[in-house]
Design a binder for this molecule. Structure first.
Ligand SMILES: Cc1ncc(COP(=O)(O)O)c(C=O)c1O
Length: 431
């Protein structure tokens, strides 16, 4: 019996049930993935026992020799993988990483221009109820009606509003970013360009999406999406290295020091050393040729799914995808996003409801669903499997609506397909 199942059977049983949910269903939330057993091992390690406020070689606690070495490896691997001169691997997650950039580069009340949540942006990109829209003056850009970024409207908004920082990067954008024109817009008004590559970091390191490195002033990314690591985040940039103990002038060259000082003492206390260890392992995995193949397969799978759904009469925002996700506008099918999420959940296919550009419906019951291929690709799904997934989705959204018997039948077919690509076959929380 494992230590956990002996001491806390209630939690062990819940984890086992969740393990079966992940195994038996089709995980299609584009921001989710399945980490390797090595990443899981590192995440569950004794690094969690250690306090190490500060940075390697500059800690406020004794006994940091080993965690210093781990953090240094994580930083070096991040720098090599993305091709930057500076990497901060301490942000607890994506939202705190974004908050650190605001804290480093802006004063309260400064204007920030980010993508509106309903058009694919993240809450931390200036949503009025988020810190980013409360402490700062937020102006929000929208996409074009076809779902593509509207560069002309962005340039016009920048000229009119004079933001100090422009944020590009989304939670629901199915196309690639062309970073240079975006940097030109930022430069035209002297704004910093922040690239939030949380969703696409894995595609970027695999060479399946253009990189903002060398173009954007600062880059944030979560480590748990396409990068396939633990929950966590990194801030990447180029510039002068200086001790974070010293206050420096707010300039482009000083961004590395400004970021380090924003994380600690600005926002956080002790780094999560178990998380840092798991990030280091993730970055080693992401530097392999296998990961390159993985990143390209994510995109191939998303395109195969898009093609199948288009053939079955579904309307996709922007007409398709060139990354890891697709946004389906269900209006022509007479189903709401909420209904679709619910029936797909019932058959074991996990997606999430999502607004579509200029959505006439409310965000808690929008017109669309968002789905992605990073997690299924990790399980080994290929284009042929994705076509089958597309057909199962269609079956659920047509025959499965309102028929529990049909839903049960589809759920069995979903499990059968999932079983062809086993997930964590030797893992158990009860054994
Ligand atoms: C583009 C983007 N930025 C930031 C975040 C925030 O990450 P976290 O949920 O780790 O705070 C997300 C999460 O979905 C995201 O999609």
């Amino acid at each position: 019996m494992s230590h956990l199942s002996q001491s806390d059977l209630e939690i062990a049983q819940l984890l086992e049930t969740e393990l079966h949910r992940q195994r038996d269903g089709l995980e299609m939330i584009p921001s989710e993935n399945f980490v390797s057993r090595s990443v899981l091992d590192a995440l569950g390690c004794i690094g969690t026992n250690k306090y190490s406020e500060g940075y390697p070689g500059m800690r406020y606690y004794g006994g940091c020799k080993n965690v210093d070495a781990v953090e240094n490896i994580a930083r070096e691997r991040a720098k090599a993988l993305f091709g930057v001169t500076h990497a901060n691997v301490q942000p607890y997650s994506g939202s705190p990483a974004n908050q650190a950039v605001y804290f480093a580069l802006l004063d309260p009340g400064d204007t920030v221009m980010g993508m509106h949540l309903y058009f694919g942006g993240h809450m931390t990109h200036g949503l009025p109820v988020n810190f980013s829209g409360t402490i700062y003056r937020s102006v929000q850009y929208q996409s074009r009606p076809d779902g593509y970024l509207d560069l002309d409207a962005m340039a016009e908004m920048a000229k009119k509003e004079k933001p100090k920082m422009i944020i590009v990067g989304a939670t629901a954008y199915p196309r690639q970013y062309d970073w240079k024109p975006l940097k030109e817009i930022a430069d035209s008004v002297g704004a910093f360009l922040m690239a939030d590559i949380s969703h696409i970091a894995g595609l970027i390191v695999a060479g399946a999406h253009p990189s903002p490195v060398g173009i954007a002033d600062v880059i944030t990314t979560t480590t748990h999406k396409t990068l396939r690591g633990p929950r966590g985040a990194m801030i990447l940039c180029n510039g002068n290295e200086s001790t974070p103990l010293k206050k420096v002038e707010r300039s482009r060259e000083n961004i590395p020091t400004l970021i380090d000082r924003a994380i600690i003492p600005g926002l956080q206390g002790g780094p999560h050393n178990h998380q840092t260890a798991a990030i280091a392992v993730t970055l080693k995995e992401a530097a392999t040729p296998e990961f390159n193949v993985y990143g390209h397969q994510i995109v191939k799978n998303a395109k195969a799914l898009a093609e199948t759904l288009l053939e079955l009469g579904y309307e996709l925002v922007t007409g398709g995808t060139d990354n890891h996700l697709i946004l389906v506008n269900l209006t022509n099918k007479g189903i709401s996003g909420k209904e679709a999420e619910s029936v797909l959940d019932a058959v074991g296919i996990t997606v999430n409801k999502n607004t579509v550009p200029f959505d006439p419906r409310k965000p808690f019951d929008p017109s669309g669903i968002r789905m992605g291929t990073p997690a299924l690709t990790t399980r080994g799904f290929t284009e042929t499997d994705m076509k089958q997934v597309g057909r199962l989705i269609h079956q659920a959204l047509s025959e499965g609506m309102g028929s529990e018997a049909k839903q049960q039948e589809i759920k069995m077919n979903v499990k059968e397909l999932a079983d062809t690509h086993p997930l964590y076959p030797d893992l158990s929380y009860l054994g």
